[in-house]
Design a protein around this ligand. Sequence first.
Ligand code: IPE
Ligand code: IPE
Ligand code: MG
Length: 255
Amino acid sequence: MSQLSRIDQNATAQDRPRHIAIIMDGNGRWARGRGLPRPAGHREGVKSVRRVVEACRKHQVEALTLFAFSSENWKRPPTEVGLLMDLLISTLRKEIDSLHKNGVQVRFIGDRAPFSDKLRKLMESSEVLTRDNPGLQLTIALNYGGQWDIAEATRKIAAQVQSGDITLSDINPELLGKQLCLAELPEPDLFIRTGGEQRISNFLLWQLAYTELYFTDTLWPDFDELCLVDALKSFARRQRRFGQTGEQVERIKGA
Ligand code: IPE
Ligand code: IPE
Ligand code: MG
């Protein structure tokens, strides 16, 4: 499907997002505000993940993509990075069976090379266990960066040119898009960032091209189903025009 026809299709889409992407930010400030160490905020943030996965299932969202660790987060103090890695491992171990039982399909995006064997194996076994599940498609971005994603896709395309499988004239946005992470999912309809910052922080740079952006001051550990419903309501009020005029969109809707 061409980029344009995919966008046209989206223009007639319903009021509910099929795919939500979230930057879960504000754990550190949540903890600091309570006089607690930052790790307490990360631990509390895990509870929000559980709540939001449940809420997405309840509200029939098809895909949820969560930014859990960015390619830039390695710059944090080693103790915090270590704590985050431990928390990822313990959370995955604890949650994977109930995710599986609830039909959730779990996948990871990002460069896995720097992770420990333990974490890598756990990521793989979680993906294998849940790969045929029919429910919510949950993608967790770990050591992910939007620039890395685009660079990887470019490298794959360059290799195809080099091997003669494609020529330079075959390269277009559709071809590049297919090499990127999340290509098999509908494009994110709604982007949520908690914690008050209004930036993308190298998350899904390409994939967010026409996504509706929603920023909230709520810190991630405080984010619950009601907060998600507020974001869904905001989404439902928006008119997605994809370059067309408002009148054109109304006409398509009415047709
Ligand atoms: C988001 O919360 C969690 C990760 C980046 C892993 P932060 O840890 O960035 O929280 P703040 O922004 O310092 O409050
Ligand atoms: C973005 O949050 C990454 C994740 C939530 C995993 P950060 O807290 O790292 O973003 P910046 O550094 O403030 O932009
Ligand atoms: Mg932050």
